[in-house]
Design a protein around this ligand. Sequence first.
Ligand code: GUN
Length: 292
Amino acid sequence: MTAELIDGKLIAQQVRDEVAAKVTKRVAAGKSKPTLAAVLVGERVDSATYVRAKGKACEELGMGSVSHHLPADISQLELEKVITSLNADKTVHGILVQLPLPDHLNEERVLQLISIEKDVDGFSPLNIGRLAQKGREPLFVPCTPYGCIYLLEKAGVKIEGANAVVLGRSNIVGMPAALLLIGKNATVTVCHSRTKDIAAVVREADILIAAIGKTEFVRGDWVKPGAAIIDVGINSKPDATKKSGYRLVGDVNFDEAREVAGFITPVPGGVGPMTIAMLMNNTYRAAEIQEP
Ligand code: GUN
């Protein structure tokens, strides 16, 4: 059996097209342009690349974007002042603080300060708390896990009643992905660095979300026949045939797993493009919530 590929690039483009159409309609009705403010602290090259890509996506979809690039040694107080002023700024609908922050800053206090209506990353404790509770709805769902679930649903994978295994328990992906799956009535197991016999746990998974950042960690013989695999990993692997000397691979050994799985996302072109697409959707929604 060869797995059906879940084309994240195509599905992300469809989401972006839908958001762009909604933005056009909103602006034509005389309402404000949905606008995202991105806050980047320090000089991490990967973070700067992500923030640039987010700003570019806003422009492509007819939305506004502002970015605040702050020095790596900014104080907690100064960073909090920036967030407070963005909370008060009526021209800004979504606030995103690119993570990770430099070590001297208190991430929890920064995220807590973001107004819940503007928390388009869904990382504020209020949004995560609502995600974790039965019968409560977060205003915004974190973008990468939201993208994972969206891909499963688009592929027609049944989540209700499925055994779902999440590899990784990060605040950004693993934990919110597990909460979303629980909310959709899956039976969820979260594996992490102290889990005993991960291979045996993965073998029971009808749905596998891999987000541990380990190159091709999941082997083909761990995969339950017909399982749906969502690979969140983006790891570089040495490859002498490439000009750059490396290529991007996921947390799952793709060539092995695709022979056993029912559905699988490629890397690149799977979950990656979904994160920004979902962020754009959240930013549009933020504008609709603040200025219906
Ligand atoms: N760092 C890695 N992923 C993300 C994300 O989705 N949002 C933010 N703000 N920072 C990140």
